[in-house]
Design a protein. Sequence first.
Length: 267
Amino acid sequence: MTRESEFSGEGSKSGLSIGQMSELTGVSRRMLRHWEEEGLIYPIRGLSNYRQYMQDDVARLERIVTYREMGFNARQIKALLNCKAPLALDELRDQRSRIEEKIQLLRKAADRLNRLITLADGKSGNDLAVTKTGQEDQYFSEAYERWGTSRQWLEYAERKASRFEQEQKKDMTRLKDVESELAQAKRKGLPPSSDKVLELIDEHRQALSWFHVTPSMHVILGRMYVADPRFRRHYEQLEPGLAQWMLAAIETAARANGIDPATAKWE
């Protein structure tokens, strides 16, 4: 059905009903009523108070649909319909700028989403970062094999995908600083149960920023620091016996939180 054929028949002076207008333009009856409430269109009312749309209403509605598809709201559309070309052109340019800004934001969101999918799927993406090492890829693959189906893996991927490289370096610096303080505390002869050490142990748990680590999960990680040769070597280089000393402190902190280290679980 075309505008011309709809208005060319006998009796067309009475205009179109809301159903005919909806069929002709593809705009739902609900939306036609809504735009009428917003003051965008003004159908006349017949003797029975039924809406009647004339040919000018169809032309106006076509303009409304065009502006709506460009992202304008009802207030902006109303202003555009009633203003002269120079003012309308300024508004159109402003809207283009707003849309371009949204496009940039959506592109950034898409990039982060792609990175999240890549990480969650067990791919480190290090082939795009020349500063990364093969050893880091190996650690990443091993971690995915061990925890790839866990909730924490997805949380890790979310945080890694949402943080810039500078922020990730900051996280690593924070962890290294806490580890250094723990090494110094052991070197000074502080017992694992001392208040100062327990305070540092809690800071260490919170510095493990890849995902939320509970005191119970910290116990599991502490055992891994002792059992895994690479982790044990890392802590031994900071201070001989540090891994075992940290595990004792972690278990003490767990008890203080009402957790029996013997039954600690990966939550």
